[in-house]
Design a protein around this ligand. Structure first.
Ligand code: ADP
Length: 448
């Protein structure tokens, strides 16, 4: 609104300037023309001026050098014989041409004057005065029109804004209802419309969110069912063993001891699974692990020492190729879980009398850790799946009698990702499996 007013004001003031300059040109030209004629023909020439101006709204006054009026084109109220002090006359008698103009609500008054010079002497002044009542009327009409136009524009803009708001609100309500009607129970359904409009990206975004939500729901349900299955199986075994003890008459103590040992094994499995579930839930709830500079070489060497007795039980030889200068940023617990699980698996899924080669080396940007075993191998189609929770290729759990829960590699992958690393599985040239973990090295952080 203010902008429209300003634009209209500017247009009117431009028009005013044009009118004033036209008037200046006309009146100054008239004053100069008469002053030249009077300079040449003498002051008597005024009679002709009187003829030509008698019926116009211009008034020509000629004064001598003493400010006495010697001619006035207005016959009525003639000022001839009187003295007149006006800035226009004063300026002209000082030898300067003069023009001034002013406007009020009913008229524009303009004054132009020029000196009359005879024999290099200022003998008088010609002043032309004009009062114009036509233009102020036009200006005030224009101002009224501008005001009305501004008001109409404002009304139109307000109506357009209200209509737009109503349109947007209706659309939002419509989309909200469509989304609400398409939802059932605790799953989110994708919403589709037969047409597309400016609001369709909201639906697309909603569909993406619902897809992610449904995937998370499915994962959660699968996780709960896998976890309960994992705990139910050992519980069923324990129950069976207990029933065998209680329902068998005259059961011999050795059989009882054997059953009890089996029960302890099942309880160990359950606590092992529960422990890993806790680790996973902790990892899920932490976005970033607490990082400190760590010697990966030291962690790997310590882990090899710790796992040697387990390897020895299976006659598996651990062969390390360790570069002493591998440093990374990470948390000790997470890195131990990665290294421990991978070496442990390489022993667990190895053949009797097999070997596990453990490589650790670094360059400027990364540290690479590899376990390369002579074990049973992992077929390409299982290489992605083994990182899923509870996924085991061989469901019998009979490796070394300590077949696992299927959670170890999920924990490994989650830890590797939180350290900004990658993990891949490939065939080992020795016939088994090769796990390769790449960590960003401490150097790479220092360079950044
Ligand atoms: P688990 O507790 O069963 O060992 P993991 O998550 O550590 O669980 O491993 C998932 C599955 O991947 C294992 O059950 C096993 O079938 C397979 N696997 C893991 N490491 C190896 C390996 N080095 N060689 C062969 N198979 C392996």
């Amino acid at each position: 609104m203010l902008l429209i007013f300003c634009i209209n004001g500017l247009i009117i003031s431009d028009l005013e300037d044009t009118v004033f300059s036209t008037k200046e040109a006309e009146l100054s030209a008239a004053a100069s023309e008469y002053s030249t004629s009077l300079s040449v023909y003498g002051l008597d020439y005024t009679l002709d001026i009187s003829q030509s101006y008698s019926k116009t709204n211009r008034r020509v006054i000629i004064t001598d050098s003493e400010f006495h009026i010697i001619f006035d084109s207005f016959n009525r109220e003639s000022l001839v014989g009187k003295t007149m002090f006006h800035p226009a006359i004063t300026h002209a008698l000082e030898g300067k041409n003069h023009f001034s103009s002013s406007r009020n609500s009913s008229e524009i008054s303009s004054f132009a004057s020029a000196p009359i010079v005879t024999n290099n002497r200022i003998v008088g002044a010609v002043s032309v005065f004009e009062t114009d009542t036509a233009f102020p009327e036009i200006f005030s009409s224009l101002e009224t029109i501008s005001l009305v136009l501004s008001a109409i524009t404002l009304l139109l803009m307000l109506s357009a804004t209200i209509l737009t708001i109503l349109f947007i609100t209706r659309k939002i309500v419509f989309y909200a209802k469509t989304i609400k009607n398409s939802q059932k129970n605790d799953s989110m359904n994708a919403v589709s419309l037969k047409y597309t409009d400016e609001f369709h990206p909201i639906l697309d975004e909603f569909n993406c969110i619902s897809e992610r939500f449904n995937y998370t729901q499915e994962m959660r349900q699968a996780f709960v069912s896998d976890a309960s299955h994992e705990l139910r199986t050992p519980l069923a075994a324990i129950r069976l063993l207990c029933e065998s003890i209680t329902q068998t008459d005259d059961i011999d103590p050795d059989t009882v001891r054997e059953f009890m040992e089996d029960m302890i094994l099942e309880v160990d499995r359950m606590s092992h699974t529960a422990e890993k579930l806790l680790v996973l839930s902790r990892l899920d709830n932490t976005t970033k692990s607490i990082s400190a500079p760590l010697s990966l070489s030291e962690i790997v060497e310590n882990m090899i020492t710790a796992l040697k007795p387990i390897a020895a039980k299976k006659d598996v030889t651990l062969i390390p190729y360790i570069d002493e200068n591998c440093f990374i940023l990470g948390d000790t617990e997470g890195v131990n879980q990665i290294i421990g699980n991978l070496i442990d698996n390489a022993i667990k899924y190895n053949t009797y009398g097999g070997t596990v080669k453990i490589y650790l080396y670094a360059d400027n940007v990364q540290c690479t850790f590899i376990t390369d075993d002579t074990g049973i191998g992992i077929a390409p189609e299982f290489r992605e799946r083994v990182f899923e929770r509870f996924y085991r290729i061989d469901k019998s759990r009979e490796h070394d009698g300590r077949g696992g829960s299927g959670l170890g590699l999920s924990i490994v992958k989650r830890n590797v990702e939180s350290l900004g690393g990658t993990i891949t599985i490939s065939d080992s040239i020795s016939g088994g499996t090769r796990f390769t973990v790449v960590f960003p090295s401490l150097h790479s952080y220092e360079e950044v």
